[in-house]
Design a protein. Structure first.
Length: 151
């Protein structure tokens, strides 16, 4: 059996994920997946409540419903992209078609997940998004001299 990727490169590090959706079913479906992990899931119903969580906690990955009503996932991406330590964004939709995939990935989202959620896909996507976030924001910066020597 193929081993699933995990974000447990540091077992003392908790993967913190924010679910942003006006749909209670999204939060409960993700909570079922997260109950079988060491990951921590926070929940927000809209952009304003998501903003409060992001400023109160270090969130590594955001799983965001495509339509936040009011607002869209793009609003979240544009607001948080310039922040240092900005979380990796995974967009979700019942209609995760090629157009959404192309748009999301081209604009800077990390991944797109179709709903209803499949446990394996959620684990895979969150694990890889966390690793991406970790490498971008937690790896020590190379000194300028070392960067010159490497080129």
């Amino acid at each position: 059996m193929k081993k699933q990727p995990t974000a447990e490169t540091n077992p003392t590090r908790t993967v913190t994920v924010l679910s942003v959706s006006p749909l209670a079913d999204d939060h409960s479906s993700l909570q079922v997946v997260f109950n079988h992990s060491k990951w921590e899931l926070y929940k927000a119903d809209n952009l304003a409540s998501a903003r409060a969580v992001i400023h109160a906690r270090e969130i590594c990955v955001v799983i965001c419903e495509c339509d936040l009503s009011p607002g869209l996932w793009i609003d979240m991406l544009e607001e948080w992209r310039p922040l240092h330590g900005a979380p990796a964004l995974i967009v979700t939709s019942r209609l995760a078609d090629e157009r959404l995939w192309a748009e999301a990935l081209n604009l800077g989202a990390y991944d797109v997940l179709a709903k209803p959620f499949e446990r394996r896909e959620v684990v895979r996507s969150v694990s890889l998004a966390w690793l991406h976030w970790h490498h971008q924001h937690q790896a020590p910066a190379m000194p300028t001299d070392a960067m010159r020597a490497a080129s």
